[in-house]
Design a binder for this molecule. Structure first.
Ligand code: DON
Length: 622
């Protein structure tokens, strides 16, 4: 049975010659560094790698006193490929594929499928996402494998008879959109893969036969597993006897293994038209869902024109609608480029103020205008134009917060029980892949397909259930994003690839975090481009967020010094520290994101870092 750090490499032969960062046994976050027992020396080395050694911080960059992540960490370096994911098993699967001669797309496919097994709270077969690919020849490709609404979906399906929003978009069979992940990974492999498809599915099959449960899995089950109890297949597998399985026990997923075996043998036909499709539809019929064989049969992953925009001579590529990521980042960067953030200083009150004002304006537009472009006319050219950025930026006052009510009215609150995941791969030829994939909340709708062993998403909640009413991320979205048959719900997922001013690959980045995905990815880019941080520093740096409504500047727990908070408040901002949650919680609360970042250095070597906030792992090949 696969154990952490001992990867089953049957499909590819042998252990990789890897160099890598600390793994914290599946996700011990921030201050709570009580670790699973590792072999002592290794544990000590890993701890140091994540939390202390390395280059001194760049002059002028100092993280706040007490911030638990180091500003003096060197990233993982590599010369022949690097993989970064939130999970050690999955990272090792990706690295094995690179070792076996696969390219970055092959590695991403195998990694994505492995995440569906070992990271069932977010990795998935029953969800969807977006993929950015930049080939070594410089061509850039954006793939949309976002879920879509079933044919029988209706605009008001989440309202009760009094017109109030119910929780049916979040929990249960009606919450699930038609899954896109399987189609997306297959399409990417068909177009750009080089290895046998079956060989890329094999590691996931092996992991589904049994892997040692991690503290990450158990802690997320402890947090939300109770919501699975009404759903028999989910309860049986993930909450046997009403509790998560014991730590370190063999977690076997035979039904999922069978689904993966059929996927490996025959491609996605089984999932969308065959035995697995029939199992999904039977599950729907048992639970009062509306997804049919016709929905699954008609699902297609789509290649779309990437969003590209300039920022201080760099070119940023990200995904277009139905994700809001690329367009919203372009709007923010367009406004901010007129100020020298480097001179104003990293996370100085002035820099945070300007970022927040740009975030506020861009999210107001995002929430109102963006939706599935196949259903709604989107004013994208205007939104990302220089003229628009100039006009929007002209309304920013240097020393006063503009209340969101003056930009657009409304009220909301943010709830943070949710999870998605991002993974990034660069191979030795310089091909790069960034994928953000999601079930939306942890374990999606909490419904497992009986006989198939995987969770269905609850991404229908990303639609506007009722204009003016916030969704689980507190986003107040417009009528353009209302539910309609076969429509794709608006996303914030932002897998992103940046080229340097010479047009060479520079950064591969992405994160989960719901509404804060966009601001987290951008701050990571600013940390490198404006503030000269290395990959580890850029990931470790504390983050802020604003999304227009609620009219609050969120910051990570312990992430802003009191003097900075006071200076922002004096400008009229309402500042809110993210709640760290109970002291004994496994996942540190109060943080934003789980960034996977790969940077290409001037000598062509790679530097990568996986966010310690969720305990991931970056590994490279020398
Ligand atoms: O597509 C979106 O924007 C959301 N469904 C992403 C969910 C997410 O990032 C949850 N993770 N924290």
């Amino acid at each position: 049975m696969p154990r952490l750090r001992l990867l089953l490499s049957a499909a590819f032969g042998g252990l990789p010659t890897a160099c890598g960062q600390a793994s914290r046994g599946g996700g011990r976050a921030l201050r709570r560094l009580v670790r699973e027992p590792l072999c002592g020396a290794l544990a000590a080395t890993l701890l140091l790698a994540s939390y202390g050694c390395g280059s001194p911080p760049r002059p002028g960059i100092a993280f706040p006193d007490g911030w638990p992540l180091s500003a003096a960490t060197d990233p993982v370096s590599a010369s022949a490929g690097l993989v970064s994911t939130t999970d050690e098993f999955a990272t090792r699967v990706g690295l094995d594929v690179l070792e076996a001669g696969g390219n970055a797309v092959d590695a991403a496919v195998a990694t994505g499928l492995a995440l569906a097994v070992v990271n069932p709270e977010a990795g998935n077969l029953g969800g969807g996402g977006f993929m950015m690919i930049r080939l070594a020849d410089g061509s850039v490709h954006a793939q949309d494998h976002r879920e879509k609404a079933p044919l029988a979906a209706t605009r008001d399906m989440y309202l009760d008879s009094a017109g109030a929003v119910t929780d049916r978009s979040l929990v249960g069979h009606l919450a699930a959109g038609v899954p896109g992940t399987v189609a997306g990974l297959w399409e990417a492999h068909q177009r750009f893969g080089s290895m046998e498809w079956a060989a890329l599915v094999e590691p996931a099959i092996e992991l589904a036969a049994g892997f040692e449960t991690t503290t990450r899995l158990l802690s997320t089950l402890e947090a939300v597993g109770g919501k699975m109890l009404p759903f028999p297949a989910a309860a049986r597998l993930f909450m046997p006897g009403g509790e998560p399985p014991p730590l370190g026990s063999a977690f076997r997923q035979p039904e999922l293994a069978a689904v993966l075996r059929r996927l490996g043998d025959g491609g996605p036909d089984d999932f969308y038209r065959g035995e697995t499709a029939r199992l999904i539809v039977s599950e729907m019929e048992r639970g009062g869902g509306i997804m049919t064989i016709a929905d699954l049969d008609r699902y297609e992953a789509l290649w779309r024109e990437p969003v590209a925009f300039g920022y201080r001579g760099y070119t940023v590529y990200s995904v277009p609608p139905p994700s809001s990521g690329g367009v919203t980042m372009a709007m923010i960067a367009g406004m901010l480029e007129r100020w020298e953030l480097a001179e104003l200083g990293w996370n100085s009150p002035e820099t945070i103020h300007l970022m927040v004002e740009a975030f506020r304006r861009a999210y107001a537009d995002r929430n109102e205008y963006l939706a599935d472009p196949d259903f709604v006319e989107l004013p994208i050219d205007e939104l990302v134009s220089e003229a628009y950025a100039a006009a929007r930026a002209a309304t920013i006052e240097r020393d006063r917060a503009t209340p969101s009510a003056e930009v657009r009215p409304g009220l909301a609150s943010i709830v943070d029980e949710s999870h998605t995941t991002h993974y990034a791969v660069v191979d030795s030829a310089g091909n790069a892949v960034a994928v953000t994939t999601s079930l939306n909340s942890w374990y999606g709708s909490k419904v497992v397909v009986d006989g198939a062993g995987f969770f269905l998403n609850n991404t229908m909640d990303d639609f506007t259930a009722k204009p003016g009413t916030p969704n689980q991320f507190g986003l107040v979205q417009g009528a353009g994003n209302a539910v309609a048959p076969e429509k794709r719900m608006l996303s914030a997922m932002s897998p992103t690839i940046v080229e340097d001013p010479d047009g060479e690959l520079f950064l591969v980045a992405g994160t989960p975090g719901g509404a804060s995905i966009i601001t987290t990815v951008l701050q990571t880019i600013f940390n490198v481009v404006d503030h000269g941080m290395n990959a580890a520093q850029a990931v470790h740096a504390p983050r802020v967020h604003h999304q227009h409504l609620p009219d609050l500047v969120f910051h990570e727990y312990g992430g802003l010094p009191e003097a900075t908070v006071a200076a922002l408040e004096a400008m009229g901002h309402t500042v809110e520290e993210r709640d760290p949650g109970p002291a004994d919680a496994y996942f540190q609360g109060g943080v934003s994101g789980d960034v996977q970042l790969i940077r290409v250095l001037p000598d062509g070597s790679l530097a990568g870092w996986s966010d310690p906030r969720r305990g991931g792992l970056a590994l490279g090949r020398r």
